[in-house]
Design a protein. Sequence first.
Length: 127
Amino acid sequence: MSLNFRYTGKENTKTWTKYDWQTYNMLVWATMSVDLNALTEKNIYEFVRRFNINNFYDETFELKDGTTHRCRVQIKVKDIRKFVGLKTNASNLTANQWAIKHFGNKASDEYCFSKFTINNGYRERQD
């Protein structure tokens, strides 16, 4: 099945930079991993939490930094707020459904996410 997407937000895409388009492209593909089919004001914090947890565990998200090297991506709410309005045909799971899918049957919102704290807008693991 193909991944279909569209942007229905308030930003004028004609003013986006190359970096904005790269970020948008990355977010389109990320909707499949975070299992949220839209980026809204209501779910933006959950989107960031799932994205950063995925990145912490398996480092699946990478972007080119300019043209010289690749780096791990950590996102903050302020970095992706301009992309609110992104919609795709990816699946849409609750936090518990997503945790069980990625961490197994013993996973729950409390079990998986309680080990993370917010530090400067990033989720960090407390071990």
